[in-house]
Design a protein around this ligand. Structure first.
Ligand SMILES: NC(=O)C1=CN([C@@H]2O[C@H](COP(=O)(O)OP(=O)(O)OC[C@H]3O[C@@H](n4cnc5c(N)ncnc54)[C@H](OP(=O)(O)O)[C@@H]3O)[C@@H](O)[C@H]2O)C=CC1
Ligand SMILES: N[C@@H](CC=O)C(=O)O
Length: 402
């Protein structure tokens, strides 16, 4: 009988995702060993406060150096969140020869290029399947397979919390209740403002764009409108004319100009649109390539689903896998002109006409703007509480509720 190869893993973080990684290995260890020939052993986890985890079942430490040591752990899993100290720890691990698996899109959005370069120089792996779309196997099929021919556009729902909340608000929960439930289920970021404002989706989009086209974009450069202004009343008005709202991240390549346009916006779409049918915290990505259109769909948040993506990276990295490098010489750049679109501006059931708005009224309390930048719309919304702005996913099908 072949001896199992033992792989020692140091967990940085023992929250929603860290605990779920431990649970997967505890409950499915024999299955994983039988399929992979690897015994994945958790040697310990870094936390701030060990007293909060009396039943951890693995050694806990508050000293990162206990795990950032290749004599202790072969692979480090970073599931702390945030930029620091995650950046320092990932860097230290790779500097002294440990491979890293992370779910942290924030640190990757800001420092992904430098970290990938460090991994390449040190001959270790930096794997991050769980950082985009949680448990959905998205990066591997996109980067190892679909992006082997030119990618022309990406349209995606990349945040589980907001998708869950939009569904929950349609089912009768108010905004605060829907958010609390998403937090309780482990979908939201430690600071849920990043989910609601669209920043979390921006970070994931920035990551995708770097990996697919080699363009390094600062998250601040991406036009974004979140879901903060959406209420059950606004969503109910949409539903009455057969529309649902999703927070959609888009990257569109303008081949003739060599530019890519990016935006994250709430978009209204017919109930038969694939994104409209996404349940709970599900995510989806639609990719247009030189060989056709492809769609991937699956759970975008949640401990176990995300831990599954971490596990997939662990098994591959333990077998010597190195994720594909982003293209080195970007042939495309970020479009210099800001994204402009027509927006629908609308209030809830009893919202008055928005005063002093020169835009064309579409129906009672609905107004269609001329093409505007996201900054212009955000500025208008900040001065008109109670109103929301959405764009159309498929503008030619615009409806009216009289
Ligand atoms: N939750 C999800 O569905 C998904 C999350 N992610 C990403 O995974 C990462 C982890 O998320 P999640 O598990 O939800 O986060 P949690 O907030 O639930 O857990 C964070 C863990 O990290 C520990 N921690 C945080 N900061 C420090 C620090 N400075 N020193 C030591 N320990 C620290 C916390 O310790 P303590 O327990 O003592 O508080 C906690 O155990 C994030 O990057 C997130 O964006 C990605 C996809 C999906
Ligand atoms: N807060 C994130 C977690 C996964 O990335 C989300 O809701 O998508």
């Amino acid at each position: 009988m072949t001896a199992l190869a033992e792989v020692r893993i140091g967990l940085l973080g023992f929250g929603t995702v860290g605990q779920a990684v431990a649970r997967l290995l505890r409950e499915h260890g024999p299955w994983i060993e039988a399929r992979t020939g690897k015994r994945l052993v958790l040697v310990g986890a870094l936390v701030r406060n060990p007293d909060r985890h009396p039943d951890a079942g693995i050694p806990l430490t508050t000293r990162a150096e206990d795990l950032l040591d290749h004599r202790t752990a072969d692979i480090v899993v970073e599931v702390l969140g945030g930029v620091e100290p995650a950046l320092t720890y990932i860097t230290a691990a790779m500097e002294q020869g440990q491979s890293v698996v992370t779910a942290n899109k924030e640190v990757l959005a800001y420092h992904g290029s430098d970290l990938a370069e460090l991994a390449r120089r040190r001959g270790v792996a930096l794997a991050f399947e769980a950082s985009v779309a949680g448990g959905t196997p998205l990066l591997d099929p996109l980067l190892s397979h679909l992006a082997l021919t030119p990618v022309y556009s990406i349209s995606a729902v990349l945040n589980g919390t907001t998708n869950f909340m939009l569904n929950a608000m349609e089912e009768g929960l108010d905004f605060a209740q829907a958010l609390r439930r998403a937090q309780r289920l482990g979908y939201a970021e430690a600071d849920p403002g990043a989910d609601l404002s669209g920043q979390d989706a921006v970070r994931k989009l920035v990551l995708l764009v770097r990996e697919v086209w080699g363009v390094d974009v600062r998250p601040e450069a991406v036009p974004v409108l979140g879901i903060e202004a959406l209420s059950p009343a606004v969503l109910a008005r949409m539903r009455r004319i057969g529309l649902r709202v999703r927070l959609v991240a888009q990257a569109v390549l303008d081949c003739s100009a060599g530019c890519v346009q990016l935006a994250v916006l709430p978009r209204a779409m017919g109930a038969d649109h694939l994104f409209a049918s996404l349940k709970g915290p599900d995510n989806a990505i639609a990719v247009r390539t030189a060989t056709g259109d492809y769609t991937l769909i699956g759970p975008g948040a949640g401990g176990l689903a995300t831990a599954h993506a971490v596990l997939a990276d662990l098994v591959r990295v333990a077998a010597g896998y190195r994720p594909p490098q982003a293209p080195a010489d970007a042939a495309v750049r970020l479009a210099p002109d800001p994204w402009r679109e027509q927006f629908w501006v609308l209030g809830g059931e009893d919202a008055p006409e928005p005063e002093g708005v020169p835009w064309e009224p579409v129906a009672r309390a609905w107004h269609l703007t001329p093409p505007l930048t996201v900054a212009e719309v955000a500025d208008w919304l900040s001065r008109h509480p109670g109103f929301a702005a959405v764009t159309r996913e498929d503008p030619e099908e615009a409806g009216s509720d009289g």
